[in-house]
Ligand binder design. Structure first.
Ligand code: ZN
Length: 66
């Protein structure tokens, strides 16, 4: 039996983004309201910086969830 969680859970104002690293092309999920700097797990490049609300995304956003 399939469950659609999106219908069961109230929609938050925040989302997760699939961000591609500009340096090495690694794809990683980043919280769009990240409170700390998010770095690439492969090369260490900065993917997102906190900016008092929605994080500033420095990589390439491929998709967003939620
Ligand atoms: Zn990288």
């Amino acid at each position: 039996m399939e469950t659609e969680w999106s219908k069961l859970i109230p929609k938050p104002r925040s989302a997760f983004l699939l961000v591609q690293c500009n340096e090495c092309g690694h794809r990683q999920t980043v919280f769009d309201h990240a409170k700390i700097e998010v770095t690439c797990q492969v090369c260490g490049a900065i993917l997102a910086k906190p900016s008092g609300g929605k994080a500033k995304i420095l990589g390439k956003v491929l998709e967003s969830y939620g």
